[in-house]
Design a protein. Structure first.
Lengths: 240, 245, 62
């Protein structure tokens, strides 16, 4: 049975658990498809690495000075890499009609898009949380700041994936939507950038990252409840 | 009774003629208020003991800032109404707001920047309120860009409506940014609970200008709304009567 | 009177700021009216074309 058949069958059984089950199926499908093309998974991460490399080349190789800008550099690179991966979030499914099937399936489109966003975070945000500290170390931050950096990027990238899902849903079907997607998503992502960079800065300084981390978590939770709903609304409108 | 009024607002010909009739009632008072407010603000209001005469920029800066927030809020509300009740007219209102909102935001940023030079010693600071006001400008521009990128007009209406509603979160951020962060900007002296902390000779010109700008926005919105309604209605029969009148 | 234009020495800040705002206001008034005029023109064109269409169809039917 294909995933699509499975989802439609689920619609006929108990609705509440069916939504979660359908979401789990979509998540599994997205991850499986992504791992068939590992190159696509690596692209945003390589992009991230390249951008962080550009800064020492363009500004200064002095570690003492790079340390000062490291938090901001890491976060901007993470933001851009996340935006790059977003394009792929809906593109393939909207081209082959799977997205329409999801909308027509009778399942909660909100949950299905939440599953797709979760897949995006697992494929992009979580790996970024692992390699961001490596990049930061290369930019001269002390080793003690690594846990803080991992935490802030992990939580912040959740918020980024959610906000980006809204932007991707809005630009569905727009030709060459990459730049427009960035223009729409970046304003929403600015608070995440501010608190994320602040948390990273505090981790580098050795002070407590609690305050900005909690704010990042608050944005992520708010996004968790609202973003899939807005994205589902936007997708339905685009598919009309 | 209230619902009849609401339903009538959903009818494009009704709104078109209503807008045509109302526009002069906003346009002329707007001109009078802005001219009178300018006279008060530039010539009559006393000098500030700290900033001298440079503070008079406030009389265009603050109304522009208030308007930028008001326009975005109007746009978001119209967008929400359009989405929920599927009213074409509401979407037309939202579309009419974009250019005006961008203009007010631009004026806020430019006048603020000019005012900042003698006051803070710099033309720009990455101060929270300035930064989020700049973000607001990007939001207006992004809204227009998205609208232009989608070919089908109904889809464009509804997709940009979602964007407008999602982005409204920036409006309270801008307003409260001076309290949430240490900011170069002074905290609210007018829009706060309790009495404003500005002497009346300085406050009155500000309120006059703000009212004038609001009436100006209304007049311009109604004009653009008429244009939007006309271009959306294709060759509906009521148009014949309107254009041949 | 010259005191008024001097703005206590801040003339080069106050007048450009006010000038830009008023220029934007005037520009917006112009653009809004132009949009309305253009919309009316286009609408009139469409109505006329529809009338011609109907007339031709009427003639073709007979």
């Amino acid at each position: 049975m294909t995933v699509r058949e499975g989802i439609t069958l689920q619609a006929e059984s108990a609705p509440a658990t069916a939504a979660l089950e359908a979401a789990r199926l979509v998540l599994a499908r997205d991850l499986r498809l992504a791992f068939r093309r590992p190159g696509e998974i690596l692209q945003p991460l390589v992009f991230f690495a390249i951008i962080t490399t550009l800064f020492p080349l363009a500004i200064t190789p002095e570690l003492s000075q790079l340390r000062v800008v490291a938090p901001g550099v890491v976060w901007i690179a993470a933001l851009l890499a996340s935006l790059l991966a977003l394009e792929f979030l809906y593109r393939d499914d909207s081209h082959d009609g799977t997205l329409e099937q999801y909308a027509l399936s009778g399942q909660s489109l909100t949950w299905l898009l939440f599953a797709k966003t979760a897949a995006h975070w697992l494929l992009t945000g979580a790996p970024l949380a692992v390699i961001a500290p490596v990049a930061a170390l290369a930019l001269g931050v002390p080793v003690s700041s690594v846990p803080g950096i991992v935490a802030s990027v992990a939580v912040g990238s959740i918020a980024l994936s959610l906000l980006g899902a809204i932007g991707a849903a809005l630009t569905l079907g727009v030709r060459r939507s990459g730049v427009l997607l960035s223009i729409l998503t970046l304003p929403l992502a600015i608070p995440v950038l501010i608190f994320g960079a602040s948390a990273t800065q505090r981790a580098v300084n050795g002070s407590s990252i609690e305050a900005p981390l909690y704010l990042l978590a608050a944005i992520a939770v708010l996004g968790l409840t609202l973003a899939p709903v807005a994205a589902a609304a936007a997708v339905r409108i685009s598919l009309e | 009774m209230a619902w009849t009024w609401f339903h009538r607002l959903g009818s494009p010909p009704y709104v078109y003629s209503l807008a045509a009739r109302l526009t002069p009632w906003f346009a002329w008072p707007a001109a009078a208020l802005i001219l009178y407010g300018s006279y008060l603000g530039l010539a009559i209001a006393p000098e500030d003991y700290q900033q001298g005469d440079s503070y008079r920029i406030m009389y265009v800066h603050v109304p522009s800032a208030w308007m930028s927030l008001m326009v975005y809020t109007t746009m978001a509300i119209a967008a929400a109404v359009g989405l929920i009740w599927r009213m074409k007219v509401a979407h037309a209102v939202a579309a009419s707001c974009a250019a005006l909102g961008a203009t007010f935001t631009f004026c806020t940023l430019v006048t603020g920047s000019i005012w900042g030079a003698p006051t803070w010693g710099t033309y720009w600071e990455w101060d929270p309120r300035l930064t989020f006001q700049l973000v607001l400008l990007f939001q207006f521009l992004g809204y227009s860009a998205l609208r232009a990128a989608i070919e089908d007009p109904q889809r464009a209406d509804r997709v940009t409506a979602v964007l407008a509603v999602v982005g409204v979160v920036n409006v309270p951020i801008i307003h409260y940014s001076v309290e949430w962060w240490n900011s170069l900007h002074q905290t609210a002296s007018v829009m706060k609970l309790g009495k404003p902390s500005m002497p009346p000779e300085m406050l009155v010109p500000l309120l006059v200008m703000a009212l004038g700008f609001t009436f100006l926005f209304a007049a311009l919105l109604l004009t653009r709304l008429r244009a939007e309604i006309l271009s959306r209605e294709r060759a509906a029969s009521w148009i014949r009567d309107v254009v041949n009148a | 009177m010259s005191e008024f234009f001097e703005m206590g020495g801040y003339a080069r800040y106050v007048w450009p700021a006010w000038g830009i705002v008023f220029a934007c206001i005037v520009l917006n008034i112009y653009l809004a009216r132009r949009a309305l005029d253009r919309a009316r023109f286009e609408a009139r064109k469409r109505v006329a074309m529809k009338a011609v269409d109907a007339q031709l169809k009427g003639e073709a039917a007979t």
